[in-house]
Ligand binder design. Sequence first.
Ligand code: ADP
Ligand code: MG
Length: 678
Amino acid sequence: MGSSLAGKLARLGVSQVQDLLFLLPMRYEDRTRLTEIGVLRPGMRVTVEGYVDLTDVVYRRRRMMLCRMSDGSGALLLRFFHFSRAQADGLKRGTRIRCFGEVRLGPTGLEMVHPEYRRLAEDADEPLEDSYTPVYPATEGLGQARIRRLVSLALERLAANPPPDLLPQNITGGLGFPPLVEALVYLHRPPTGASLALLDEGRHPAQRRLAFEELLAQHLSLRMLRRKVRDRASPRLESDGAQLRRFKRGLPFRLTGAQERVLGELLADMATDRPMLRLVQGDVGSGKTVVAAGAAVVTVAAGYQAAVMAPTELLAEQHCRNFETWLGPLGVRVAWLAGRLGAAARRRALEQIGSGEAHVVVGTHALFQSGVEFARLGLVVIDEQHRFGVHQRLALTEKGEADGLRPHQLVMTATPIPRTLAMVSYADLDTSSIDELPPGRGQVATVAVPSSRRPEVLDRVRLACRSGRQAYWVCPLIEESEVLQYQAAEETAAALSDALPELVVGLVHGRMKAGDKQSVMDDFKAGRVQLLVATTVIEVGVDVPNASLMIIENSERMGLAQLHQLRGRVGRGSTDSSCVLMYQPPLGETAERRLRVLRQTSDGFRIAEEDLRLRGPGEVLGTRQTGVMQLRVADIMRDRDLLPQVREVADRLLSGRSPAITRILERWVGDAARYGQV
Ligand code: ADP
Ligand code: MG
């Protein structure tokens, strides 16, 4: 095989012959029988056979070739936008052809756009396919035909060199799964008579057999990763509790029961000599930051440093202030490190971090860039974790290791992770939940309003601000371009200033310098700005209790989790708040469902489940980009009934130190070295 083909295959995760067997079709086509043109309906994907009546090259807006064919039962138009002279010549009147494609309703009746077609000899008996035709995930420069040929070659070698069945026999038998080889052959070559409906839904036992193994591989890889990390030593972070008591006494509020419990769970982990790997989940506004601060207090009291990392500068800055306010009086020195620090300030910060003069360091991912050396790092806190992948996250603590001691790791997320998902995606972490909001929080009423009712929305803003409250106005999300995004925000801010001349309107967007952003936020926090116009930069973490009104424009373009986060910016004080979801009609089905869910509930868990259902796990977790959880066969929602058994089998394999583990990981997770190294 040439290196160019090898490169293309590598993009599909195929590096050896056996991988081809595990490159499974995404769907199937039935080319085993002919369909009469007379019975075609739009949406059918079928094979038809007949004679060309007429072929013409025409110009309508663009150049195209139209070919009319018929088979005695009816006529069908074939439409081609890309074609050669030779193709047009080859489709002369009277030519016998067979074509496969999707039927749709065109301007003049039923048609197929770019069908696959083949000319047939006038009298020859041309056999049809004898099994369903698999459609594989293709890649640039590597089309279906080529992949099918390669898979055929692999299938031919299967008998001589079958891949081993790595699942315990009694399990697969008990679940009604076929043996591995049988499942593979079936999926690459479903015999005529197989249920295409079942296959398309991914619910055939042969598919479930493979989905099970893939989910098992994902789960195992995280558990192995966890074991590797937990094999390392960590500093015991214990203190006599005096500092912690002082810290709590100094807070302007009492911790909730849930906060106390979770802090206790963290401290118990940190007091051992094994790295803590813990996820704290809690809905927006549940008060995660102060819990992390408590953990930092104990870390510092034990003579170590804590690093606190947030995904945006705005949020990091806010954390930094909170930590300074809460921990400063205890004599804890808090340092700041972000990307856009001046050279001198950066040098100074690095010195303090390296000498141990800084006890707590707050910042963005700049905290873990090269050149940053901690004196004695004991705790790494990662806020709003869904933006980091598993490996990125673990690499952080690896970097922070000093004298052979791994820092403890605390991950905080406001996107509750549905249990099903957690098992496959967060099996490396223990979980704590802050399942109680601080007392005295007002309700947030949520309404959806078409953009045509903007004047009423403006009235609401006016009213809220007149009574001394403040409001957010979140601008439309423009995915294509950051520049357009901030221009839109600037225009919105200008328009709102005109419409509401009595109000002070501020603007923050992602393109502003950190300092400018901060000063606008400060003005808003202090009440000098009444209406804050923002792009979605305020999504994560901004905390201004006096703001009681959230307006979100073009909410139909945003995801559920994002909307929930944005809404969580209000309802932080004791007055009742509202959230207005403006939308541009007509609403699509999914968008409508999203807005309905938001109106009905503010329960983060329900919203997360619903989000998972509407968007799929990769997007919910933000892992699609980082490639952590690209499932080939399995679908977490669809196959979630398999998960309890997946866990059971994983437990069994792990406790028996089964050699099958490595082979399962190699087969499904690939790049197994990655898991071995951490
Ligand atoms: P999140 O969990 O969304 O990160 P924060 O940590 O930003 O929430 O906390 C939200 C707000 O609630 C902050 O103003 C914080 O000071 C406040 N807060 C946290 N815990 C309590 C509590 N026990 N009682 C009252 N207010 C609290
Ligand atoms: Mg937070």
